[in-house]
Design a protein around this ligand. Structure first.
Ligand SMILES: NC(=O)c1ccc[n+]([C@@H]2O[C@H](COP(=O)([O-])OP(=O)(O)OC[C@H]3O[C@@H](n4cnc5c(N)ncnc54)[C@H](OP(=O)(O)O)[C@@H]3O)[C@@H](O)[C@H]2O)c1
Length: 306
């Protein structure tokens, strides 16, 4: 498995990160077993970086991972554990009228991190990310909260998720530590980060872009899908040609398309199928050309770049 330094931290992450959002399935015993097998398949295939959030499976995904760390405590020092918080779902509070909201208050973030540590059965997170920007966040309060988490040893490094460049700049202006990553949706459907300055900013400040739902628009309909049948057909046709050329599956071509970007995107693989988890690595072995990168963009857009 290819490795990638995260920011300027010295953390060496596998180029593909394993995403734990789906590992608990419907929380049945059979889905939980499948999830555990997926985690071990990822570990055995060389993934050393596991992505969580307090809300995945309502906490069940972190708990399942924590069971593995209880059974195999020697794994902890060999892996990078990332978790996220800041999305506060309705109905988990005492106040049943509260809506789902974002909450970067000190109290909520500290409590969320504590919950993640307990469920994951670990004393520290390698990285903690703010999950989605809280419209009401007080940047000084967040900076103080990060400093508290770092001083306590509960979190080693920090990053964000779904932040726009201006929000990253705002937070950077108040922090005493670097932001190492911005975890954003990047796939053939959602190319906002190519256009809105996110990937440029990542390169400028040594922030590693991490791509969630990398297969959106290929393996399944992307969030907020706007593709027409004709769009999908063009992409499918181009992917068919390229997968024949590179002797791989269309979804592996899409991963290679992400890896080609000079910002050094690390895709998060979210499959729970061991064969797919292993096969994702093939994408980093392709010598993927600039011409094919633009051909796929052209197929997506339905027109050549101007
Ligand atoms: N920061 C955020 O806001 C945010 C949001 C969403 C996700 N995430 C993170 O990103 C990770 C990855 O997201 P994701 O799980 O959506 O990633 P993904 O790897 O794009 O998608 C995985 C899903 O696609 C299916 N799949 C994979 N290859 C397929 C194929 N060839 N044909 C048909 N289906 C296929 C998988 O099914 P099988 O399991 O059956 O293989 C699984 O359901 C998550 O685990 C989470 O850690 C972050």
């Amino acid at each position: 498995m290819q490795k990638k330094l995260i920011g300027n931290s010295g953390i060496e992450s596998s180029r593909f990160i394993y995403g734990c959002m789906r590992i608990a399935g419907d929380n049945s015993e059979s889905d939980r077993q499948k999830g555990k097998q997926a985690i071990m398949a990822a570990f055995d295939a060389g993934y050393n970086h596991f992505d969580h959030a307090d809300i995945y499976g309502g906490g069940a995904c972190e708990s399942l991972f924590g069971e593995i760390l209880t059974e195999k405590p020697e794994l902890r020092e060999q892996i990078i554990l990332t978790s996220k918080a800041g999305i506060r779902p309705r109905n988990v509070d005492i106040d049943s009228y509260a809506p789902t909201r974002y909450d970067f208050s000190r109290e909520y973030i500290l409590k969320s991190v504590e919950g993640s540590l307990q469920r994951l059965n670990t004393d520290y997170l390698d990285m903690f990310l703010l999950h989605r920007p809280d419209y009401l966040f007080d940047v000084r309060e967040v900076a103080e909260t990060f400093a508290l988490l770092k001083a306590s040893g509960k979190v080693k490094h920090f990053g964000v998720s779904n932040f726009k460049p201006s929000q990253v700049e705002l937070l950077r202006s108040a922090l005493s530590m670097p932001l190492l990553v911005n975890q954003v949706e990047i796939n053939i459907h959602n190319i906002d980060t190519l256009i809105d300055g996110t990937l440029d900013q990542c390169q400028q400040h040594s922030i590693t872009p991490i791509a969630w739902c990398p297969l959106g628009g290929v393996a399944y309909s992307a969030w907020g899908n706007t593709f027409s049948v004709a769009d999908e057909q063009r992409i499918e046709n181009e992917l068919a040609k390229q997968s024949e050329k590179y002797e791989c599956a269309p979804w592996q071509v899409i991963l290679a398309w992400l890896l080609k970007h000079p910002a050094g995107i690390c895709p998060i693989v979210g499959s729970t199928t061991p064969e797919r988890i292993v096969a994702a690595k093939k994408a980093s072995e392709l010598t993927y050309s600039r011409e094919d990168w633009y051909r796929l963009l052209e197929a997506r857009n339905g027109q050549a770049v101007p």
